[in-house]
Design a protein around this ligand. Sequence first.
Ligand SMILES: [Fe+2]
Length: 159
Amino acid sequence: MAQHRHEMYRPIHKAIRHMMYTTAHDLSVADFQGKRSADGALASLESTISLLVLRAGHEEEYVHIALEERPPRFIESFEKDHGNDELVYAQLRKLSSEVGNASGERKSELGNEIYDIYNQFAGIYVEHLYRRSMNCSRHCGTTLPTRNLALSTEPCRPA
Ligand SMILES: [Fe+2]
């Protein structure tokens, strides 16, 4: 009897892209000279960064370990991406923290700078997601037997 399988990357990546695009929208319409508007956009940004940090930690702790021995060694490129992501998060968080202490036009300048950096990063991250799903589907499958869903230490097994 055929085993029911769960598609593991598509729904997760879809949710991440949705969150990232929502934050891009929130940053694009925010008036950084208005406290409520700026706070809302920056909260959206922090939620997305926090999610991506958690996601990278999960990948490194569970997925990468499971794939380390598999050729070709494409894990290094994902870990390098994560390192670069951390630099961008630090830059975005630093600029976000400056908004509260800035005044007038400087608030708007910071908002524009945050928006530009975040949008550039979002493009890079979407490519990261695409590369991950393509590499993993090619080398280890993208589905799990439904019975394995609770086993987070076994997220990437051959289909
Ligand atoms: Fe990743």
